[in-house]
Each structure stands twice: as structure tokens, then as C-alpha cells.
Design a protein around this ligand. Structure first.
Ligand code: VTB
Length: 333
């Protein structure tokens, strides 16, 4: 059983990853931003009392030095602990994106986050790093839309479910050439569009939260982030509809390597993140829709996070002040 106290342990992991890369905000070096987030996340992960396995991470073992797929993490595997482990640590699978939106951080743009999801073993799909067609909506419209419907049909359904006009909807779409036709179709309905440079995961979370000003996310983005989105949806009762973009024999081989043989399957949140117990944690790196970015104020640091679990169901928005122990820090409300 995933101990719900673990949620707060994982909160520390995303907070520290966010703080590390937020220091590099606007420096124009996305690789550096990512690297420091990965290092911080990896370091703090080993202080969490778990027997963890990374199932979605920075890449395959040969291409990523840390947080690679299959890497063992957590106190169970911490290098600085000698001798036999006396405690029975829980075995969990972990999906991480230490910095979702590396470009957003490197340019100081909105909605970069540090994020992870945890479940019992087998609770998160091992998704290949391919593109994925996605449709993300909130709880009110999740039973009225489909990945096989046209954007107009889906937007009409969402408008109906929300009791609004099409013109009152906001759809977030990644600003990419591949989305030209999609964007034209959405515009033709009269719905409003928010084009984003990166980060369809934080957009997806926003779409599932009433009052965020985002009603849907449409378009093609990364599959691993689709799994993280699904984990968030399990806690927010929103829904992701997703289909892998499999175009070449090489793509097919990568799917097969992950145990996927049906390339046209439409996945929903329960398929991508089937775990009985899910924990999802994210901290804002730059200012965003739901979370503020990391603020450094000389003698302390303030972070804004969301930490959620589906069972027992709990969604917490957490505002932390990290004080440097050596100074007489003033805490402001
Ligand atoms: C990016 C990023 C997204 O997918 O779009 C990436 O912004 C892949 O798309 O948040 P490109 O190759 O066009 O950049 C995500 O990482 C996740 O879906």
C-alpha cells in the first residue's frame, strides 16, 4: 500500500528540482536548466523511504546519466547507506520530468514545472518516447468528447457540458507547424486559443481545474508526458484521450520493446496510469496558471506546488517557504 505520508516526501523532491533549475531561469541554456533539475531530483529522491524504479525518465540508460528508465532510486538504493536495509521499503514505479518546459525556463516564459508521478508497481504505462495525439478535458466534459471526433464536434460538446458558447472556450495548443490545420479548425469554430511554446503537461493539469481559464488541450506532444498527464487526471477526475503516433517501422519496434502491439489504440487516463494508488507532485519553476514560479528573496526561497493522491483522495496546493537555517529570516504572508 502506498503510504499517503509519502506524498509530502515527494513534495520535497519536486520542490528541490524546481529551486535548482529556477536559478538558471532566463539564462538561455535549456540543457543546463534540465541538468540541474535532474541532479537535484535524483539527489533528493534517495532520501525518500521507498524502493523505487524509474519507468519514465530522462531516456534510456545509455543516453541519460541519471533518472534513466529502469534506474533504481529511493532510500532502499541510496549509495551512502551501508549494510543491509532493515526496513521493508515499498516498491513503487516513478515517472519523472524534472523540468517540463526546458525552453520555458531558459527564456523565463510561463508554466515550466518540475513534476513526478508515483504508483505501486505496474501502475504507470511504460510509454515509448514517441509523439502522442492528445485531447485533455476536465471532469464536466470527459464523457462527451472523443479523439475520433472533429475538433468542432468536441468543442461543441465541451461548450454544451460547460453551459457556454463556443466563443467562451479557451483551448491550449502547442505552437507547432504540425498543428496548422488543427489551429485553423479551432479558430473556425470561434473558440479562443492559447498557443504555448512548450509544456502541454501543465496545460493539461490546468484544463482539469475549474477556474483556470483553460477548457481543453488539443494536439500532438510527447507520450511520456501523456502518462504524467494521465496520473494528474486520476487525481483531478479530468481525462486524457491519447493515441501514439506510430509512422515508421522504427516507431513500431520502439512500441514493441515496451510491450505495445496495438498502435492505433486510444488510451484514457486509466490505461496510461492504471495504478490503484497514484501520487502526483509538481512545483512551479516559472510563474504559471496554477502555481507561481520559484521566488528567491535573499535569505529564503518560496515555492508553489500541487500534491495530489487518488486514494485517499486529496489535492493540496502548497506554498512553502524554505528558510536558510543560518539567518534570521523574516516570514511574510
Ligand atoms: C514539446 C513540449 C511538450 O512534448 O512539445 C514536446 O513542449 C515535443 O514536441 O510539453 P516538439 O518535438 O514539437 O518540441 C512535450 O514535452 C510533452 O508533451
Amino acid at each position: 500500500m502506498l503510504d499517503s505520508n509519502l506524498s509530502l516526501e515527494f513534495l520535497r523532491v519536486v520542490e528541490q528540482a524546481a529551486i535548482a533549475c529556477a536559478r538558471t531561469m532566463g539564462q538561455g541554456d535549456r540543457h543546463k536548466s534540465d541538468q540541474v533539475a535532474v541532479e537535484a531530483m535524483r539527489r533528493v529522491m534517495d532520501t525518500v523511504p521507498i524502493d523505487g524504479t524509474i519507468v519514465i525518465g530522462e531516456g534510456e540508460r545509455d543516453e541519460a546519466p541519471m533518472l534513466y528508465i529502469g534506474e533504481k532510486v529511493g532510500m532502499m538504493h541510496a549509495k551512502n547507506i551501508q549494510g543491509p536495509r532493515l526496513v521493508d521499503f515499498e516498491a513503487v514505479d516513478i515517472a519523472v520530468d524534472p523540468l517540463e518546459g526546458t525552453n520555458l525556463c531558459a527564456t523565463g516564459a510561463a508554466n515550466a514545472i518540475a513534476v513526478l508521478a508515483v504508483s505501486e508497481k505496474g501502475g504507470l504505462l511504460h510509454a515509448p518516447d514517441l509523439y502522442m495525439e492528445k485531447l485533455v478535458v476536465g471532469p464536466s466534459s470527459k464523457n462527451a468528447v472523443s479523439l475520433d471526433a472533429t475538433p468542432r464536434e468536441n468543442l461543441q460538446a465541451i461548450a454544451r457540458c460547460l453551459g457556454r458558447d463556443l466563443e467562451d472556450l479557451v483551448v491550449t495548443v502547442l505552437d507547432r507547424e504540425r498543428h496548422e490545420a488543427l489551429i485553423a479548425e479551432i479558430r473556425a469554430t470561434g473558440a479562443r486559443i492559447r498557443l504555448i511554446g512548450d509544456g502541454d503537461l501543465s496545460a493539461g493539469i490546468a484544463a482539469a481545474v475549474v477556474g483556470s481559464g483553460v477548457h481543453a488541450v488539443m494536439g500532438t506532444g510527447g507520450a511520456p508526458e501523456g502518462v504524467l498527464t494521465a496520473a494528474a487526471m486520476r487525481c483531478l477526475h479530468g481525462e486524457i484521450f491519447a493515441r501514439l503516433v506510430v509512422k515508421t517501422p522504427e516507431h513500431e519496434a520502439r512500441c514493441r520493446a515496451m510491450g505495445i502491439s496495438d498502435f492505433t489504440r486510444v488510451y484514457r487516463s486509466h490505461d496510461l496510469a492504471p495504478g490503484k494508488r497514484i501520487i502526483f507532485a509538481a512545483t512551479g519553476v516559472t510563474d504559471g496558471t496554477l502555481m507561481r514560479g520559484v521566488r528567491f528573496f535573499g535569505d529564503g526561497t518560496r515555492t508553489s506546488s500541487v500534491i495530489m493522491q487518488n486514494d485517499p483522495h486529496l489535492v493540496r496546493f502548497i506554498d512553502s517557504i524554505h528558510v536558510d537555517g543560518t539567518k534570521d529570516v523574516k516570514i511574510r504572508f
